[in-house]
Design a protein around this ligand. Sequence first.
Ligand code: ADP
Length: 449
Amino acid sequence: LKDKYDIIIIGSGGAGMSAALEAKEKGLNPVIFEKMPVVGGNTNKSSSGMNASETKFQKEQNIKDSNDLFYEESLKGGHGTNNKEMLRFFVDNSAGAIEWLDSIGIRLNNITITGGMNEKRTHRPEDGSAVGQYLVKGLVKNLQDKGIPLFVSADVKEITEQDGKINGVKVLFNQADEKNITSNAVIVTTGGFGANMDMITEVRPDLAGYVTTNQIGSTGDGIKMIEKVGGTTVDMDQIQVHPTVQQEKSYLIGEAVRGEGALLISSEGKRFTNEMNTRDKVTAAINTLPEKAAILIFDSGVKTRVKAIEQYEKMGFVIQGDTIEALAKEINVPAAQLQTSLDTWNSAVKNKKDAEFGRTTGMDNDLSGAPYYAIKIGPGIHYTMGGVVINTNTEVLNKEGTAIPGLFAAGEVAGGLHGQNRIGGNSVAEIIIFGRQAGIKAAEFVASQ
Ligand code: ADP
């Protein structure tokens, strides 16, 4: 540990690690401080994939996507409330981010779809496994190869300033040693506040009692520290509730399960919504059911295509039946009704028309391959769309809209990009795209000093 670095990065999720790699690439000396004993934050837990358009992998696979369509669908998903400049920058830099990852040994070439999109643009690892752990592992390897220091159990308590200039941080190491470390720039990549129920219920009392999928370190520290040095926030009450969370373990069941064909059914064995709607709509549909919970139903084909299901199985979430009747018995729903629901669905897939709920995606394959499976789910707090205000240079802005010199932020800590509803797969893209940008812009700032 040194007393001084060129750039201090707070938080070791995907945004922080991407920023560090770019800052190093620019010839600077960054350090990462992570408050938890483990690296990777919520990024570790992300499952669906990374959205990007006009990528080389899409082109290879003849997927006709465009940056404009990606923009439009993200804007529609956010009910038109997204920060449009940030969104434009985001879609236009998404393919570059996929290429950059590929160039450092992180290959996301298995492409699926999530709610709210009409083209396949959710990029996953080759074997279809969850994106988060693969990404964190790959980024950590690069940090090590490039000799970038990362300290865990390094809890940043304060961003410090001198004569109105950001000049470092106060860090508590191992819950014991407090030190002032100085730098010419600070990048805040501390993630969101999805594990801080006080902060959540302050802005959204209606969410009291919900489970959260977040790691316990997602407590909004970065937002509070930035506010103390003059930053401001946007959309703080826009909290994403994910529709498919295993309740007992607060474990997220990735959207790729539906994207690859799964259905949602009620305790009566009936479908009740377009499963591929955006997360806010699917959650609202589940909350209209008397039990405020539902069941994901899929077949062996979906299980093969979504590698993450092996993990759900290991955790004991997956219920199996050799026939639909047997499964119905296991999950206590009327067998005849479940059979009818699946028959109706399979003909909808065949005719490419879901007359019941208008689903148009995740219909490449029907559900006819025994054995059949079920996972019981309900809604859970998942993501905080709001956060600190930044611009496309990732500079933190004050209330007047002016950049605070030397202070940058990226990833879930920042608000605006997603507006009122985030599309699944857009946050992994955000942390890479804006994380890189933060590393580049902070390095330029330091060089200009
Ligand atoms: P993103 O997806 O935006 O990269 P993540 O949740 O993946 O966000 O990562 C944020 C990381 O920041 C987490 O590992 C979290 O533990 C860490 N963190 C949060 N607050 C602090 C803090 N005060 N000091 C150091 N690290 C922090």
